[in-house]
Design a protein around this ligand. Structure first.
Ligand SMILES: Nc1ncnc2c1ncn2[C@@H]1O[C@H](COP(=O)(O)OP(=O)(O)OP(=O)(O)O)[C@@H](O)[C@H]1O
Ligand SMILES: [Mg+2]
Length: 353
């Protein structure tokens, strides 16, 4: 579990120390008090990436050059400093050259209102969802993803140049094919892990009345090389790579109908919830069984009591949870290990006698 979380110049906090409890931690406060910021700090510290956005630069406090995060996870001291020009990762006070050992320590799953993007948003949200899990359960995932992104950027730059030379192009193609085939395979594996879990979670949430299916749609077939050759004309026209895992996606169907077009608002929310529960369960079954830290941002109050219970009942029991809400009229139904109220951007822990 995570304890002794410290933030420096991170979004609205210049200096903040939060002493987290084992089990369920609630953060209550009005809009803009910094609830999401505390959850984001936990995620960035443990995973070196935000659960919300792809870039960390906007987390640096306005007017500052860097932010710092620190915390203890399962007895290990983690520290991350991020500046416009430098990044420093320290594990048990030893500066790390690669992130591998550091990232092995903790797992995170995040629930937020924006999860509904997974159902009706663009395919990049769904790829990020697969990647968020992939990088946490397979050590080769992150380097493979980065290598593919680099190969893709380089190849697209070449396609944009006026006269890409054939020999140059062949070299770029082989990089793209090599890393792309690996990434496709990894994403396929992740989707295969998630699909049955998401179906089961959705059945529980809907009381067994409806079914959710998840089907992976790869951005290239088994024969990526042939697809690349066949896409030459379109590539020449658009001047970018049009097949490959950067086009991976998955389709969601509820009772056989495509969710973004046909599902109701409530069904879409349930599907998003099922996808995240599936993520949380995946750790339990397929990695080293380290329970993930669960970040539950602002969705709790929005859920009806049934879905609130479905969520609590089906999350890994031994997980530490950070949950935010603006108010808690359902306070009495819930057992919390710690409740913090944020006032003037200071979390004050409620003392219970
Ligand atoms: N880089 C930054 N520098 C300074 N302040 C920032 C920065 N980024 C965000 N903020 C401020 O941080 C404040 C807290 O934001 P946060 O999203 O954590 O609030 P919240 O408690 O989750 O609110 P809500 O209930 O509306 O979701 C906001 O008022 C925002 O303006
Ligand atoms: Mg918020």
């Amino acid at each position: 579990m995570l304890t002794d979380l410290r933030l420096r110049d991170f979004r609205c906090f210049e200096n903040l120390a939060v002493d987290l409890a084992r089990g369920t931690n609630f953060f209550l406060g009005l809009n803009g008090q910094g609830k999401t910021t505390i959850l984001e700090a936990a995620c960035v510290l443990l995973r070196l990436q935000s659960q919300r956005v792809s870039s960390l630069a906007p987390a640096i406090q306005v007017g500052k050059n860097s932010f710092g995060l620190r915390g203890i996870f399962d007895g290990h001291e983690l520290e991350f400093r991020y500046g416009r020009l430098q990044r420093r990762v320290t594990f048990d006070r030893v500066e790390q050259r690669t992130f591998q050992e550091y990232l092995r320590i903790a797992r995170v799953v995040s629930f937020a209102n924006s999860d509904i993007e997974l159902v009706h948003g663009g395919s990049d949200a769904r790829r990020r969802y697969l990647d968020f899990l992939g990088t946490q359960i397979n050590v080769t995932y992150r380097p493979t993803l980065r290598a593919y992104e680099r190969a893709l950027r380089a190849r697209n730059a070449l396609l944009k140049s006026l006269m890409p030379r054939t020999r140059e192009r062949a070299a770029y193609d082989s990089m793209l094919l090599h890393h792309g085939a690996q990434l496709l395979r990894l994403r396929q594996e992740i989707a295969a892990i998630l699909a049955p879990s998401a179906t089961a979670a959705y059945a529980r949430i809907s009381g067994g009345h409806e079914t959710l299916e998840l089907q992976f749609l790869p951005g290239a077939s088994e024969d990526f090389r042939r697809d690349l050759v066949h896409s030459r004309e379109e590539e020449a026209r658009l001047r970018q790579t049009v097949v490959g895992p950067h086009r991976d996606d998955f389709e969601l169907r509820i009772d056989g109908m495509r969710a973004p077009q046909y599902a109701s608002e409530g069904q879409q929310r349930s599907a998003a919830l099922a996808l995240k529960i599936a993520q949380a369960e995946a750790f339990h079954r397929f990695s080293d069984k380290t329970a993930p830290l669960l970040l539950i941002d602002d969705i709790f109050g929005e859920l009806d009591p049934e879905r609130r219970n479905a969520l609590l009942d089906h999350l890994p029991l031994n997980s530490q949870k950070l949950i935010t809400a603006t108010a808690m009229p359902w306070r009495s139904e819930i057992t919390a290990d710690a409740i913090y109220e944020l006032r003037d951007r200071q979390p004050v822990r409620e003392r219970r006698t």
